[in-house]
Design a binder for this molecule. Structure first.
Ligand code: KG4
Ligand code: ZN
Length: 337
């Protein structure tokens, strides 16, 4: 019998609901929240209010688009954390309500594990070259920069982590200094295509082992802009493409450098990237290039599964369902895991 999972993601500023059947996506709806743009970052209180307004209509459309009826759903999977507590509370409470009303099991999902498992989402009419285990994945998002070894679908080990800012934060904060709207990652990616990646040099932090640090880069970028605009008040507007290309090159070099180190250290050659920053075109190309050079099998997720989405929660929920890993209704969201 087919297994149908209703999946709910509400950890940050995207309300997303997906329906998946036996690992295949039937629908994956995402309602973004433009309200944060004018504040230059996510405002937690506004995010949870928007989730509250969006979650019922988004779920309705996701079920309709999937062409199923509510009674076909076998379990509800939801993001328990990490994320913004108020936002997580909306998804968690809603998932409990659905599970209770339909009399079906409730499955909690770790958002970070879900980003990595995005590589295992199945789509009709798509070739599916999936990683084999152990799988080494660089997870880079607005909140995290991690090197993760996946030993099996549900068995993950974090072997590297950021000691301060995440890679996505480096994009977003430096973008803000250049006057780009939040989140700045996609705009930097676009602008960088017209720029010269060696136009400016920014110091790369030295961090031992497999950990990352990005706050120093942000500070050196700030001082660099401050000094240059003293000499030329229009320095930023005159140099946006070169600034974006040079900044992006620095971040990508740091990330790929650590990935190479992690592969050498672990001996793993099944290698992928995940999370919002894995949408970055230079990072995607750099991984593929490095893979060819080093004989790795590389995995780059489809763009739609890089930033936050419920499909990744659904695939994780599916594997937990197969193992009978359910939770009781006393489960509470966790901002940090
Ligand atoms: O995974 P995600 O949607 O949310 C978190 O779990 O944090 O990641 C969002 C992050 C933001 O920092 C955004 O600027 C970054 O992903 N991002 C990008 C690109 N698209 C999204 N960064 C660089 N290049 C992109 N194309
Ligand atoms: Zn995320």
């Amino acid at each position: 019998m087919a297994v149908i999972i209703l999946a709910i993601e509400s950890s940050c500023d995207d309300t997303s609901v997906a329906v998946i059947r036996d690992g295949y996506i039937l629908s994956n709806l995402i309602a973004g929240q433009e309200v944060h743009m004018m504040y230059g970052g996510v405002v937690p209180e506004l995010a949870s209010r928007a989730h509250q307004a969006n979650i019922v209509p988004v779920t309705d459309v996701a079920i309709r688009q999937a062409g199923i009826s509510r009674k076909d759903i076998n379990a509800v999977a939801f993001t328990r954390g990490p994320g913004l507590l108020g936002s997580l509370l909306v998804g968690t409470s809603f998932a409990k309500g659905v599970a209770l009303a339909l009399g079906i099991p409730l499955i909690e999902v770790n958002h970070l594990q879900a980003h990595v498992l995005a590589h295992f989402i199945l789509e009709e009419q798509a070739g599916h070259q999936q990683p084999s285990f152990p799988f080494l994945c660089l997870l880079v998002s607005g909140g995290h920069s991690m090197l993760i070894v996946l030993k099996d679908y549900l068995e993950m080990e974090i072997i590297g982590n950021t000691i301060d800012d995440a890679a996505g934060e480096a994009f977003d904060k430096c973008g803000k200094l250049m006057g780009l709207p939040y989140p700045a990652g996609p705009a930097i990616d676009r602008q960088a295509k017209q720029g010269n990646r060696t136009a400016f040099r920014f110091a790369k932090p030295f961090v031992e082992g497999l950990d990352f640090s990005f706050s120093g880069l942000k500070t050196s970028f700030l001082y660099f802009l401050r000094d240059r605009t003293k000499e030329d008040p229009d320095f930023i507007s005159r140099n946006i493409p070169d600034l974006c290309a040079s900044l992006q090159a620095t971040i990508v070099d740091i990330l790929i450098g650590k990935l190479v180190r992690a592969s050498l250290q672990t001996g793993i050659r099944e290698i992928g990237i995940a999370g919002g920053v894995s949408a970055n075109s230079e990072l995607r190309e750099a991984l593929t290039r490095e893979g060819i050079k080093r004989g790795w099998n590389t995995y780059v997720p489809p763009l739609g599964y890089t930033t936050d989405n419920a499909a990744m929660i659904g695939i994780t929920g599916y594997y937990k369902y197969l193992r009978g890993e359910y939770v009781g209704h006393d489960v509470t969201p966790m901002a940090r895991l």
